[in-house]
Design a protein. Structure first.
Length: 217
């Protein structure tokens, strides 16, 4: 680690140790969870703004959350250190990119994705392709991930006639048209005093179950 990261770790250690900061010492993974989420959204906003200074600050706030959680985890298990966490990431990146770090040749993006999926599956065997798609994510992200992961399974999602109707209406949609369609759906939901986030989340919960059924789980 660089000297500045070492300093950050030492500062956090002092804050969490006797004689440090009472508030910092009282925090847990659960109490800090919302801050990690908030800082992530603020970093995304900084990216969208194109403000390099703001992005630097927000990435720093995310790094602080990582160091904070790492310190709490280390108190529960001394083997969990920021150094070990970083080494784990290094090992994972090298392992999952054999086309970069070994003589393996990958000719297409599809072959690259299949190879990545195979390596990931060998590292962390999962019962279902839906495993690893957190329910806590925004419903639209859950939908995107589940539909992507189930693309090779015959599991219809939603009403195909609605999708076909939209396809006939706009043809090959532009990002602007997709945005307009999403806004239109939200507007229709609000007219009926319905929460589109909750509706989509419930729909994806059912879709997750349908995928698992097709998988025989």
């Amino acid at each position: 680690m660089s000297s500045s990261v070492d300093q950050l770790v030492e500062v956090m250690n002092q804050l969490r140790s006797p004689g440090g900061c009472t508030w910092d010492a009282q925090q847990t993974h659960a109490s800090l969870a919302r801050y990690l989420l908030e800082e992530t959204y603020e970093a995304l906003e900084a990216m969208d703004s194109g403000d390099a200074g703001a992005l630097k600050e927000e990435l720093g706030d995310i790094l602080l959350q990582v160091v904070f959680h790492a310190r709490i985890a280390q108190e529960q298990n001394p083997e969990v250190t920021l150094e070990n966490i970083a080494q784990g990431v290094v090992d994972k990146l090298v392992r999952r990119h054999p086309h970069v770090f070994t003589d393996l040749e990958v000719k297409t993006n599809e072959e690259l994705e299949d190879n990545w999926a195979a390596i990931k599956a060998s590292e962390k065997p999962r019962e279902s392709i839906t495993d690893g798609v957190p329910n806590a994510m925004p419903a639209l992200q859950v939908a995107t991930q589940l539909m992507y992961r189930s693309r090779k399974l015959d599991v219809p999602v939603g009403n195909p006639s609605v999708t076909d109707g939209l396809r006939q209406l706009v043809g090959t949609p532009t990002p602007e048209q997709i945005a307009d369609l999403l806004v239109g759906v939200v507007a229709l939901a609000r007219e009926q005093d319905l929460d589109p986030e909750s509706i989509l989340r419930a729909k994806m919960a059912n879709y997750r179950s349908e995928i698992r059924t097709v998988e025989g789980l």
